[in-house]
Design a protein around this ligand. Structure first.
Ligand code: DGJ
Length: 730
């Protein structure tokens, strides 16, 4: 890792383990992108890639064609108003109503370490893996606006993380209409754009489309990162696979509205930008105030998607997730949502706990329905007092009973919401996000609390903390079940209404920061109607996030494949549920449900008291597998071997120990095919020189043979059948 500036060539060079990122200063003023790719030892001649010698020349050589220059120059941070008609990162309105901005290079600083981003989640250095940072300062003198573009690299990573700080050094307020976090201008290489898209119950499916002239975007204006589109985009060269092809990826460390856009220009260059979605956004920057954009993680891979995946997994495990649970085996939990929905009481929960403990489950999580008068989803959010009709003696009594059965206890909250039918709403209707004079839109019969308002943040925190202080609670599932509408805050002045969506997310971050600070041992799992806020921002607070409300083993294959493209398996909340599945009505073997859930955090989401003795034995066996493989799932290196989404027959992934000492391969035959022969699977990440035994057999394989020849998987009878093959070095 190193960051240098070569005065003789005017080039900044950021080196990661295997990549280089080059930035040049053209004309002493324009900060331009030269190169992102394989690591370079020598970047002489690189300046020419800024094309300052070609028509249209730099403005100092030819002021006449400045607009032509601006519309073609590969900006590191694009601005609007002086001739760059491509997608802009920064748009600023003055009190006079003008929207012109041009940043000119002022200077730079290179320093060891990395600054925290105030109020925002961000990557950090750790002992043994320090960071280095480059800050490039630019200024629009007419506006009095300074922009500090920050780039950090880490000793042990191939990622470059970027963000921007805006400071108003002028005399009058500025209105920031857009402030994206990163821009990457490159020549087109017939790129395809890879994104993750979906919906509720089918989140993060991998989508790929050619980049043609014009703009292609994924985004959210829903107030959260969303089920529908994910704050991620990658440009890949044609034919990119898991192991080959070039990938330029951006992933946003943020949980609110976002825009990830790529645009192919008239000159066949491609610009990729990422940041807070400008729609509905406006930030008032008073003189001396500053605004910090969230962080974007950039990854380049010349070895296909697999290398990008592993770079992100390592970065998130090493430099983003702070929870003490990161490297710990999480307790196997059982959640009562699909078991009982709202229809439960203490006795029912204790009954579940008893059978759960016998099967080897370690924690009971009480989901929605324990507070206020909530027997349906249309009331009581905001009234975080225990319903003693359901739980006589309150939480302490229930928790003691559950603990007496040998399980620890977890609880569900939806702190950001309020039901119209709640004491909270009756007392403080103005605490809900809404526009005066309009009946606010309901969604799941609830409103969103205005977390831009400090007293609301305090109230919400007080409620959650009071419950957690009242009993021995080891785990919290933090849910968020509706997206934004009717944006209006009774707290913010008219000129600051555009700040609401971002201030809301800052409120969420503040709440979770307070929570993990007061309860450092708490296992926090984020959730948003399934996986509606599964993003790197939330990982800063919780080591795991509920992946999807769809727990069907087959539906989960595509969801978990897309999620694992970016996130370590240890982050993906995954449970075994009952069949027919509550969302799709499909029946799948109990074993397959277990094998798929083992690819995530692992737990149960069913009424164990209704299982047959035979099924309960299967639960115990599955938990045995969890204990056997969890160190691999949690700490190992993930490889995607085959995708059922692509081949329509089978799915396969592998997790190998970092030293290649063992590997677990999960194979799901989704559909049986007639008259088929065995299927060859090639493993990855093994020790080529070693010999492996297939656990449970006497079969011996050379590491090389497994990696380059492969292992044969016999066809099984029936659909939706699965197996886990465990190879151990002998
Ligand atoms: C949505 C979550 O994803 C579910 O797991 C469950 O907690 C419900 N909300 C409860 O309302």
């Amino acid at each position: 890792m190193s960051i240098t500036f070569d005065k003789s060539t005017d080039i900044f060079q950021l080196n990661t383990k295997t990549t280089s990122y080059l930035i040049g200063i053209a004309d002493g003023k324009y900060v331009g992108h030269i190169y992102y790719g394989k690591k370079l030892d020598n970047c002489q001649g690189g300046y020419a890639l800024l094309r300052t010698e070609e028509r249209p020349f730099v403005p100092s050589a030819n002021m006449r064609d400045k607009a032509g220059f601006a519309d073609g120059f590969p900006y590191e941070y694009s601005t609007a108003g002086v001739g760059d008609y491509r997608e802009s990162c920064l748009s600023v309105r003055t009190p006079q109503g003008h929207r012109v901005c041009e940043l000119a290079y002022l200077g730079y600083e290179i320093f060891d370490g990395k600054r925290e981003l105030p109020g925002l989640p961000s990557t950090f250095e750790i002992v043994g893996a320090p960071a280095q940072t480059l800050e490039i300062t630019c200024k629009d003198a007419a506006l009095g606006l300074t922009a500090v573009q920050s780039y950090s690299v880490f000793e042990d990573s191939d990622a470059v993380v970027r963000s921007v700080r805006l400071i108003n050094e002028g005399q009058q307020p500025l209105y920031i209409e857009r402030a994206l976090s990163a821009c990457l201008d490159m020549d087109d290489e017939s790129f395809e754009m890879l994104t993750l898209t979906g919906s509720w119950a089918r989140e993060r499916h991998i989508t790929r489309c050619p980049v043609t002239y014009g703009k292609h975007a994924v985004s959210s204006v829903r107030g959260c990162s969303s089920h529908q589109e994910h704050p991620f985009a990658a440009l890949v060269t044609p034919g990119t696979t898991q192991d080959a092809g070039e990938v330029y990826a951006m992933h946003f460390v943020y949980s609110g509205n976002f825009l990830a856009l790529c645009q192919k220009s008239q000159h066949d260059s491609v610009r990729m930008v990422m940041g807070i979605h400008p729609e509905g956004f406006e930030w008032v920057l008073k003189p001396q105030d500053s605004f910090q954009t969230p962080e974007v993680v950039c990854v380049y891979s010349d070895q296909g998607l697999g290398k990008m995946t592993r770079t992100l997994h390592d970065l998130y495990r090493g430099h983003l997730i702070r929870s003490p649970y990161l490297h710990k085996k999480r307790p196997v939990l059982i959640n009562n949502w699909e078991a009982t929905y709202f229809d439960f009481d203490s006795d029912k929960l204790v009954e579940i706990a008893k059978d759960a403990r016998e099967a080897g489950i370690e924690m009971l999580v009480m989901d929605d329905g324990w507070f206020g008068k909530r027997n349906l989803d249309d009331n009581s959010l905001g009234d975080w007092t225990v319903n003693e009709e359901k739980l006589p003696g309150g939480l302490p009594a229930l928790v003691e009973r559950v603990k007496a059965e040998g399980l620890s206890f977890g609880i569900w909250f939806e702190p950001e919401m309020v039901s119209p039918d709640s004491d909270l709403f009756r007392a403080h209707p103005d605490w809900a996000i809404q526009v005066p004079g309009r009946a606010p839109t309901q969604s799941r019969a609830q409103y969103v609390l205005d977390l831009s308002r400090p007293e609301v943040v305090d109230y919400v925190y007080g409620c959650v903390a009071k419950i957690l202080r009242s009993a021995d609670i080891s785990y919290v599932k933090w849910d968020m079940n509706r997206q934004f509408t009717d944006l209006g805050s009774a707290f913010l002045p008219p000129e600051r209404q555009g700040e609401l969506p971002h201030r809301y997310i800052l409120g969420v971050y503040e709440l979770q920061e307070r929570l993990v600070t007061e309860f450092p041992e708490l296992l926090l799992e984020n959730c948003a109607g399934g996986g509606g806020r599964f993003d790197p921002g939330m990982l800063y607070y919780s080591p795991q996030i509920w992946c999807s409300d769809d727990t069907d083993a087959v539906e989960r294959l595509a969801i978990q494949e897309g999620t694992a493209l970016l996130y370590p398996l240890s982050c993906m909340g995954a449970h075994v549920s009952a069949c027919p599945n509550h969302i799709v009505g499909r029946g799948t073997p109990f074993e397959t449900r277990g094998h798929v859930a083992l690819g995530g955090t692992f737990g149960y989401e069913l009424d164990i008291t209704k299982l047959s003795a035979e099924e309960k034995e299967k639960v115990t066996k599955q938990i045995g597998l969890y204990h056997r493989y969890n160190h691999l799932i949690r700490e190992g290196v993930y490889y995607r071997i085959a995708s059922w989404r692509e081949n329509h027959l089978y799915d396969c992934w592998e997790v190998a120990a970092e030293d290649g000492g063992e590997a677990a391969v999960t194979y799901v035959q989704v559909l049986a095919s007639p008259n088929s022969r065995s299927r060859k699977i090639r493993l990855k990440g093994l020790d080529e020189k070693a010999v492996y035994r297939l656990e449970g057999t006497e079969k011996i394989f050379a590491g090389q043979m497994l990696m380059y020849g492969g292992v044969l998987i016999e066809p099984q009878e029936g659909d939706y059948v699965s197996q886990v093959l465990h190879f151990v070095r002998v």
